[in-house]
Every structure is written in structure tokens, then in C-alpha cells.
Design a protein around this ligand. Structure first.
Ligand code: UT7
Length: 329
């Protein structure tokens, strides 16, 4: 299959969903204190920029959050679930080992028959999924795709490990992508370096009816931080060069929302003023594959992002994986 130069991909609508249970830093600090774990609002805000996060209630799965976000995106795009001919869910916290969360979402939306699969690239999952959907649309294999990032990271957090459990939250974001005569998506760039598997992982698996290894998140925060700052800048420059655009053409920078210091460094390196950075990490924490579409939808719905604006999306996370997507909204 080859991509047609006349076939492009555009975002037709965005949506998102956060579970209602919201914990401020003060709430979490109190809960952790009851377990004998010491942390503080000051430490969390100063080191990460996070002030609150949402946690899904018992029995709520990634597919529930994904379906809610997808319904909003479909409504914004003015189409129905049965109009979609491709569903991709980026998640590292799937409902089951198999089938894919995308198949479960498809059933929940009542759209049957179209291909549905998950993409597993941790916090880079959404830019990976967008890139795959873009390729399938430009080769004519799909006309309209739902691309969703959805996570329930609260399920894999070790609440006895203060270095990680204060960082993450749950949520989902979605876009409807559709075939168009003009871009849309201008350029994409994806990478992985498996030598760094160990710095951010959930090193457990299911075997013989038991969980083998540790099914909770482990992270070497400083190693991730150092790698993230460098690779985000190189992916950003690559998509700008591929599209023949300059950094100053970017209206909105939407990086993965893990740490405000990494995000500000990404903006600084591109010489973008801080007001062009979309920030939701303060209210959502790190929602892994959901963070970029959650931030995108927030800025679309509050009127900051308008049709025709140029957006730079940047993902980075476990794998180690990273990538960027440049698009005209
Ligand atoms: O989503 C995928 C991408 N993930 C990321 O991008 C995460 C990247 N990494 C980070 O964001 C940062 O490295 C962290 C926020 C995870 C940590 O910030 P840091 O400035 O690198 O802190 P640190 O790991 O150097 O720890 C500094 C101190 C340590 O104490 P000592 O050894 O200096 O006495 C930690 O034990 O802070 C301590 N500490 C805490 N103190 C209070 C670690 N976690 C906490 C905590 N509360 N929750």
C-alpha cells in the first residue's frame, strides 16, 4: 500500500473524560501519611507541577473512560460510532491481557465490524496511535478513525513508593481523524530504544495462572528526566524540518504531561513563549497515553485552540519511546 499524495488526515473532533474522584495533593498526602509514607504538597508541586489527579472508582476500566471520551469526540466531529472504520486505543493499563481494550470500546460504542486494536507505547502511545491511524487513512485503508488514549494508572501504582505514586492519574482523551483533501497532519516522527526498558516499567507478567514478577510501576525518575529532555527536542525539530515549518510557526505546544519542568524545557529549547504551552499536568498528573489528548481537548474546549492553528504534539515514555506529530488543526 502506498500513501496517496492527495489524501490527507485531519482532526474532525476531540473529546475527553476524567473519572469524578479527584484527589488534591493534600488529599493524597493525608492518605499516604496514614500508610506511614511521608511526602508533601510543596515537594510534589515544586518537583513536578502536579496539584491534583483523578482516580477511577472500583470496577471502572480503561475501556469505560475511553468510551466516554470517544462519545464526546464523535459528537464534536458530528458523526456516529457506526461511521468510524478504525479504532485504535493507546493504553498500558488495558482491561484484560486480551482481547484488546479497543475491541471492548468498540462493543461499548455499539460499532461493529471495523478493525480495532491497541497500541502499547506507554506515554508515547497517543502519538504512536495517531501516526498509525494517519498512515492507514493516507493509504486508503480507513476513512474515519477513532484514536483514543486511555489509562487507569492508579491500578499499577505502588502506594508505598512515594517516588512514583504521587505522579500519576487516570483519564482518557480521544480524537476523530478523517480523510481530507488538505493537511491536517503535516509530519510524524517515532522512535524507540529498548536498551532503556528497565528505567520505566511494570516488570510483571501472567503465567500458569499466577502473576510472576512485580505488577507495579517502577521508575528511575532522573534517568527518564534526562532522556526525555533530549529526545523531545530532537523529535520536535524532526517534524518541523519534515513539514518545512519553523518553531515560531507553532501556535500550541502539547507535550506529554509528566512534569512541568520537562515541558517548560521543551518550550524553552524551541524558543516558544510559555503561554503557547498547553498545561494540564497541574490538574491531571501524568495520565500516560491519555495526557496529550486530554490536554488537546481541554484547549480546544476552552477556545484557546482554533481551526487553522498549528499544533506540535510530543510524547515520551517507557520503552524507551518517543515521537512527535505536527498538525494544522
Ligand atoms: O511518563 C513518562 C515520563 N516520566 C517522566 O517524565 C518522569 C521524569 N522524572 C521526573 O519527573 C522527576 O525525576 C521526578 C519528579 C520523578 C523526581 O524529581 P527529582 O527532582 O528528579 O527528584 P529525585 O528523584 O532526585 O529525588 C530528590 C529527593 C530524594 O531525597 P534525597 O535522596 O535527596 O534525600 C527523594 O528521596 O526527593 C525525595 N523524594 C520525595 N520527597 C518527598 C522522592 N519522592 C518524594 C516525594 N515526597 N513524593
Amino acid at each position: 500500500m502506498t500513501a496517496s499524495p492527495n489524501l490527507h488526515t485531519r482532526i474532525a473532533g476531540t473529546g475527553s473524560h476524567l473519572p469524578p474522584r479527584r484527589l488534591t495533593n493534600a488529599d493524597l498526602v493525608a492518605q499516604l501519611a496514614a500508610r506511614g509514607i511521608e511526602t508533601s504538597d510543596d515537594w510534589i508541586v515544586e518537583r513536578t507541577g502536579i496539584r491534583a489527579r483523578h482516580f477511577a472508582g472500583d470496577g471502572v476500566a480503561a475501556s469505560d473512560l475511553a468510551a466516554a471520551a470517544a462519545r464526546q469526540a464523535l459528537e464534536a466531529a458530528g458523526c456516529r460510532a457506526e461511521d468510524v472504520d478504525l479504532i485504535i486505543v493507546a493504553t498500558s493499563t488495558p482491561d484484560m491481557v486480551f482481547p484488546s481494550t479497543a475491541c471492548i470500546v468498540q462493543a461499548k460504542l455499539g460499532a461493529h465490524g471495523c478493525p480495532a486494536f491497541d497500541v502499547q507505547a506507554v506515554c508515547s502511545g497517543f502519538v504512536y496511535a495517531l501516526t498509525v491511524a494517519d498512515a492507514l487513512i493516507r493509504t486508503g485503508s480507513a476513512r474515519r478513525a477513532l484514536v483514543i488514549g486511555s489509562e487507569v494508572f492508579s491500578r499499577i501504582l505502588d502506594f508505598d513508593d512515594r517516588t512514583t505514586c504521587v505522579l500519576f492519574g487516570d483519564g482518557a482523551g480521544a480524537v476523530v481523524l478523517e480523510a481530507a483533501d488538505a493537511p491536517g497532519l503535516l509530519a510524524t516522527d517515532l522512535h524507540a530504544d529498548g536498551r532503556h526498558v528497565g528505567i520505566l516499567c511494570v516488570p510483571g507478567t501472567v503465567s500458569g495462572g499466577r502473576v510472576l514478577g512485580d505488577p507495579l510501576l517502577k521508575m528511575d525518575g532522573q534517568a527518564v528526566f534526562k532522556l526525555a529532555v533530549g529526545v523531545l527536542d530532537s523529535a520536535a525539530r524532526t517534524v518541523l524540518a519534515k513539514a518545512g515549518r519553523r518553531a515560531e510557526d507553532v501556535d500550541w505546544l502539547i507535550p506529554h504531561q509528566a512534569n512541568i519542568r520537562i515541558m517548560q524545557s521543551a518550550a524553552r529549547k524551541l524558543r516558544l513563549p510559555p503561554e503557547r504551552l498547553v498545561v494540564t499536568v497541574d490538574q491531571h498528573g501524568n495520565t500516560s497515553a491519555a495526557s496529550i489528548p486530554l490536554a488537546l481537548d481541554a484547549a480546544v474546549r476552552d477556545g484557546r485552540i482554533r481551526r487553522g492553528d498549528t499544533l506540535l504534539l510530543e510524547g515520551v515514555g517507557g520503552g524507551f519511546t518517543w515521537g512527535a506529530v505536527l498538525l494544522d488543526y
